[in-house]
Design a binder for this molecule. Structure first.
Ligand code: CMP
Length: 140
C-alpha cells in the first residue's frame, strides 16, 4: 500500500479542553506522522470556503460559527493509506455512532463539536492541504 497524505483539523472544542497533544498521540499511534502543523484562528471567510461543499446544508451556519469559536490546529498527516487510517482512528462523524477507542468516541461532545476533521478522499486531501499550507511548510 502507498504512503499518502491527508488533512486534519483539531477543532475548537478540543483545543479549548487542551486535547491537542492527546489527539495527536492517537493519530501517531495509528501510524500517522505529522509532517505539517499550525495553530490558527480561522476567519469566517476561511471556514465558509473550507466547508463550501456543505453550504446548502441546514447546519452550515452553525458549523461555521463553531469552527471560528476558538483556535484550531490544522495538520498534514502522512502514512500508509493516510485518508483511511485517519478516518478509522477518528471514528464516525456522530460520536454516538463512533467505535470505542476512536478520537470522537473518546473526546467529542456532539456531532458538531466532534473534536476532529479528516479528509474523505485522496482528492479532497490534496485540495484541503493546499487550502491551508504552502508546499514548503510540509516537511516529510
Ligand atoms: P467534518 O468532518 O468536519 O465535516 C463537516 C462537519 O459538519 C462534520 O464534521 C460535523 O462536525 C458537522 N456537522 C454538524 N451537523 C452535522 C450533521 N447533521 N451531519 C453531518 N455533519 C454535521
Amino acid at each position: 500500500m502507498a504512503v499518502t497524505r491527508t488533512f486534519s483539523i483539531i477543532k475548537p472544542d478540543a483545543t479549548r479542553r487542551n486535547l491537542t497533544g492527546a489527539i495527536t498521540k492517537m493519530l501517531e499511534e495509528a501510524g500517522l506522522r505529522v509532517v505539517a502543523s499550525k495553530r490558527i484562528q480561522m476567519t469566517k471567510e476561511q471556514a465558509e470556503g473550507f466547508y463550501a461543499v456543505h453550504a446548502e446544508r441546514p447546519f452550515f451556519g452553525d458549523l461555521v460559527s463553531f469552527m471560528i469559536s476558538g483556535p484550531v490546529v490544522v495538520q498534514v498527516l502522512e502514512g500508509e493509506d493516510a485518508v483511511k487510517a485517519n478516518r478509522d482512528v477518528m471514528g464516525a462523524t456522530n460520536p454516538a455512532d463512533a467505535a470505542e477507542g476512536t478520537i470522537r468516541k473518546t473526546f467529542a461532545e456532539s456531532i458538531e463539536a466532534n473534536s476532529a476533521h479528516g479528509s474523505d478522499s485522496d482528492e479532497n486531501a490534496a485540495i484541503e492541504i493546499a487550502y491551508f499550507f504552502k508546499p514548503e511548510e510540509i516537511v516529510g
